[in-house]
Design a protein around this ligand. Structure first.
Ligand SMILES: Nc1ncnc2c1ncn2[C@@H]1O[C@H](COP(=O)(O)OP(=O)(O)O)[C@@H](O)[C@H]1O
Ligand SMILES: [Mg+2]
Length: 308
């Protein structure tokens, strides 16, 4: 089996649901549901990859606090190997508080371990023992950001394949992106990210602009599916129509499923993208990022029911 190393942020998600309004200044309001779940783009991706049956390891930083315990134990229960997760008493594990009012989601993040993860926690020497490196959620990771080019360079020199999901950059300057793109086997932005990075207003043009700079851009476009660059032109692989419960983690599940299909099942771009659309759509029918727990067979069954 291919060994995949996920390098990224570790934080919990606290989801407070059924709020009557956003918080009111100097008042206390009650919500109707409360759930603590595995958060962070890269950890959700690693858990989804392990659920499918893949061999995933995680490199990151967590505090020695209860949220750190929760994340490390949670990832292990999914089957993710956590031996390269550094625990430090000097940081607090990051947390994102999600306030759900109707269909809206307002978030407050304490970065903690997310921003503190950096050079001194990385083990570049173990990278050659893997087959693939995936990085995610980069622009909240102040400490990791300047190290990414070196991580990708080490991986490529050792013959690994590589992938990256940038997530949104609040500054929209997309620091280091030009260095990363040529070092990637697969690049997984969503539509907003791809349009902002390329300063293009439509997705086929954004796809073309990215294809000039990276081997395989895959632009995730919600229920529309994903735009890929195939045989010299942008092609949309349509998504699946499902009743959506919660889209948290859909993009991370897409990345995990695409990697599993390509690395473990040897699928080509179109089939892997279809498989990933199915896994991501299936995840939209569950609350939280990791609760779909889709196995490979679950996704095939979903494709049989909803169309191949
Ligand atoms: N409403 C939806 N219905 C069906 N599939 C969806 C839906 N939203 C997302 N997906 C699937 O999840 C993938 C990622 O979602 P998207 O919202 O584009 O990315 P991100 O979660 O990174 O913002 C899509 O490419 C698609 O396969
Ligand atoms: Mg995303």
């Amino acid at each position: 089996m291919k060994r995949v190393l996920f390098i990224g942020e570790i934080n919990v998600d606290l989801i407070l649901g059924g709020l009557p309004s956003l918080p009111v200044l100097d008042r206390e309001i009650a919500c109707t549901s409360c759930e603590l779940t595995i958060g962070s783009s890269t950890a959700i991706c690693a858990c989804a990859y392990a659920s499918l049956g893949g061999d995933g390891s995680f490199m990151g930083l967590a505090g020695t606090d209860p949220y750190g315990d929760f994340m490390v134990r949670g990832m292990s229960e999914f089957g993710v190997r956590t031996q390269w997760v550094v625990r430090s008493p000097d940081v607090r594990t990051g947390i994102t508080v999600n306030l759900i009012v109707g269909k809206t989601r307002s978030q407050v993040t304490y970065p903690g371990s997310i921003a503190a993860f950096g050079k001194k926690h990385l083990r570049l020497d173990v990278i050659p023992g893997f087959d693939h490196v995936h990085l995610g959620g980069l622009y909240l990771q102040e400490g990791l950001l300047p190290e990414v080019t070196e991580i990708l360079t080490v991986a490529r020199q050792a013959g690994l394949t590589t992938s990256l999901d940038p997530q949104w950059d609040g500054s929209e300057t997309w620091r280091f992106m030009e260095e990363w793109l040529p070092l990637l086997t697969w690049f997984f932005p969503n539509s907003d990210e791809a349009m902002s990075i390329t300063r293009n207003g439509d997705l086929p043009s954004a796809c073309e602009a990215l294809a000039a700079r990276t081997a395989n851009p895959l632009i995730k476009d919600g229920s529309e599916g994903v735009w890929c660059w195939i045989d010299g032109r942008a092609e949309r692989i349509p998504g699946y129509a499902v009743e959506v419960v919660d889209t948290t983690g859909a993009g991370d599940t897409f990345d995990a499923a695409f990697l599993y299909a390509a690395l473990e099942k040897g699928m080509g771009l179109r089939s892997a993208a279809r498989f990933a659309n199915a896994a991501a759509a299936r995840s939209c029918r569950f609350v939280g990022g990791v609760n779909a727990r889709s196995s490979y067979e679950d996704v095939l069954e979903f494709q049989r029911r909803f169309g191949l």
